[in-house]
Design a protein around this ligand. Structure first.
Ligand code: HEM
Length: 411
């Protein structure tokens, strides 16, 4: 695989060509600069890791800290600096704090709780698909891919239906990655509002507990003080943030790749039991977390023969690692029967921060794709000649489409 672009510049600047198809750039980086110094627009000294073995090792390397907000002052100034903190959660913590928070949430976010959501998820899938026009083009991102995971997370946490649009607007603003003064101000205001919203919701759960995850976590806080009030608020935010865009983009990427590979689509339609391995392959082939895996070096660290200096930001490209031919046979082939060691993908990360919501994400993906493909066997792109439009971001963090126009049931 070759590229006409300077791979480092393409990745740093997130050029339009890179957004359309980052894989040739990553192939070039893996061969020529597998641990690559970069200067992304946020200006922090950054190293990008692109090979599978290096990525896997880095994801569980205790010298690479997740506690960037506490330790790197410049990180807070660039990515957000507010009087309240929604970042006081496990994703931004190292052991022992990480271990404590993860254990507490794990004890409540059980397989039973996830499985209990199955009928609700199926209802949401059915309702969203019922509401779509079938003969005219519909953009499946706003109509299906985005509302599904946020509705499910709201069900999980116990956010009342009438409050969901407000909360969703705030969290979208908090999660934006713009670096302008205006966008940072909007972000900080939304962060304050969201903090206030969750604080108030927790107070209501305390008064009227029900069978939801936030009530359960509030009880843990109140009974044995296992987590602070701010950790509780930040954990609610984390679950919402971590489970929304990631799942939504993966649904979009999945539908896009199935439509571009009709033989694979036919295979999963004829053998719906393949949906489980199909979801794993989609996480490998074009997963939604590109390199939103920020860590910083607490000391000089050597990875893949390159010295990463103390204090540098490290991004691990899961997208690139998952296409590394040193690990996967024919990595650029989309093959929904790939499994076992041939699909030891890193789409959900690796090590102690491995995605806590992976069982829920898998369930949502499987129900979404199964229903979509069985209800609409003739599903087609609205304009088969149109180039897909990928979301533009200032630096590679998430991978997802900007739109997904399809016709569900063409005449
Ligand atoms: C962590 C991917 C869905 C909750 C992570 C990480 C990845 C990831 C790569 C590790 C980040 C790192 O090491 O820096 C994904 C993908 C998803 C998805 C691709 C969908 C397809 C979800 C859902 C939830 C969730 C649905 C929960 C509602 C979390 C949490 C963490 C996490 C809480 C932090 C775990 C920790 O720090 O110990 N996810 N995720 N994720 N994810 Fe997910």
């Amino acid at each position: 695989m070759t590229t006409t672009q300077d791979p480092v510049a393409a990745a740093e600047q997130c050029t339009a060509e890179f957004r359309r198809n980052p894989h040739p750039v990553y192939a070039s980086l893996r061969d020529t600069a597998p641990v690559c110094p970069m200067k992304p627009p946020h200006g922090l000294e950054t190293y990008l890791i692109t090979r599978y073995e290096d990525a896997r090792a880095a994801l569980s390397d205790p010298r690479l800290s997740k506690d960037m907000y506490g330790a790197v002052d410049s990180y807070r100034r660039i990515f957000g600096d507010s009087s309240v903190s929604l970042d006081d959660n496990m994703l931004n913590a190292d052991a022992p704090k990480h271990t404590r928070l993860r254990k507490l949430v794990n004890a409540e976010f059980t397989p039973r709780r996830v499985e209990a959501l199955r009928p609700k998820i199926q209802d949401v899938v059915d309702e969203l698909l019922d509401a779509c026009p079938t003969r005219e083009p519909v953009d499946l991102l706003p109509a299906f891919a985005f509302p599904l995971p946020i509705t499910v997370i709201c069900e999980l946490l116990g956010v009342p239906p009438e409050e969901r649009p407000h909360m969703q607007r705030l969290s979208t603003t908090v999660a934006q990655t713009g670096f302008s003064k205006e966008s940072k101000q909007a972000q900080q205001k939304a962060e304050l509002d969201l903090h206030a919203y969750f604080t108030q919701l927790i107070a209501r759960k305390r008064e009227h507990p029900s069978d939801d995850l936030l009530s359960a976590l509030t009880e843990v806080h109140d009974k044995d003080g296992g987590l602070t009030e701010n950790e509780l608020v930040s954990t609610a935010f984390l679950l919402m943030f971590a489970g929304h865009k990631t799942t939504a983009y993966l649904i979009g990427n999945s539908v896009h790749h199935f439509l571009a590979n009709p033989a694979q689509l036919r295979a999963v339609q004829e053998n719906p039991e393949l949906v489980g391995t199909a979801v794993e392959e989609l996480l490998r082939y074009d997963g939604s977390v590109e390199s939103a895996t920020f860590r910083f070096a607490t000391e000089d660290v050597e990875i893949g023969g390159t010295r990463i200096p103390k204090g540098a930001l490290v991004q691990i490209s899961l997208l690139s690692a998952n296409r590394d031919p040193r690990k996967f046979d024919c990595p650029d082939e989309f093959d929904i029967t790939r499994q076992g060691a041939q699909n030891g993908h890193l789409g959900f990360g690796h090590g102690s921060h491995y995605c806590l919501g992976a069982p829920l994400a898998r369930l949502e993906m499987q129900l979404a794709l199964t229903s979509l493909f069985s209800r609409f066997p003739k599903l087609a792109p609205a304009d088969p000649a149109a180039e897909p439009k990928w979301m533009e971001v200032p630096f590679p963090a998430f991978r997802g489409l900007a739109e997904l126009p399809v016709v569900l049931d063409p005449a």
